[in-house]
Write a protein that binds this ligand. Sequence first.
Ligand SMILES: [Zn+2]
Length: 312
Amino acid sequence: MSDPVSRVQDPAFRKKLEEIREMMGSWLPSEELKEKVQGFRTQKGIYKPEGSEYALWIRHTLKGIYQDQANPPLPDGSWTYRYSPESKEGTMDLSLSTNRALFRSKEERIPVGVFIERALPGRKTTYEVMGLAYVEDFDGTHFILRGLPIDFQDDPMKDPVKAAFQPFEKEPLPMSLTLRDLRDKGFRTAVSRAYGGKCSLCELGYTFRGQPIGVEAAHIIPVSDRGTSKDVRNGILLCKNHHDLFDRFLWAFDEDYRVIVSEDRVFRKSAENNHILKAEGSKLSNLPSVDYDLPGSAAVKYRLDKFYSSGN
Ligand SMILES: [Zn+2]
């Protein structure tokens, strides 16, 4: 496999897809998107640039109905979304050039950008940039979109809920810095979505204009031990404090997600008024809403071994 964007022949179209991919995870006001994204000023549902065979993006508007789909990611960081084709005078018409462009994107596995309007009280129209997605299927009434996985050079997992968890990365693949950055961003975005933007241990997490603040995606098996960055099950969302303590092996959690704190007496004394001791022995209070995003047991075991062997 290779980067699906590189399959696009037209360099200008390729660049536009790359720009949308770089915005993945952002929540942006419509006004800003009109400046940054071709067609956003004039087009609503599906946008197919003049002369292009493929659709560049689709956008979903709220249309007055409060419809805030959380879209928990699948373990590989991908997500699914059902999208209605364009209709003519209220009737679905698959022969419209926009719908045909989406079918073309499906046949040639050319990804499309996905923008979803989100309700932010008191704010102007805002869209979450979901990122790029494959048009996987058409079920007779809707296009089925599937977000690119964290490692977008891979195909999305076929049956991600049942797929065996691969906690370690293989030998590092040659990868440009830009692609590596995008992959890291994909991991952060997916883990943040899985935990609803709040620390797993203390539930701290701020949101400003749709973006989580003060939280970080931690690797359960560290990257330095080749812990994978392409599976949500090797991740956990933590506030900066609890991430720092986690990285220093001052706490860990067991396979029942119960918090274990270091026995180091000086550390415990220093933490007397801190949340960490109150959480000791309790289950992590914020876990993913779907079981398939929970920390993988192979990662949890590995982490616990490291925790105990680091003198705790
Ligand atoms: Zn915390």
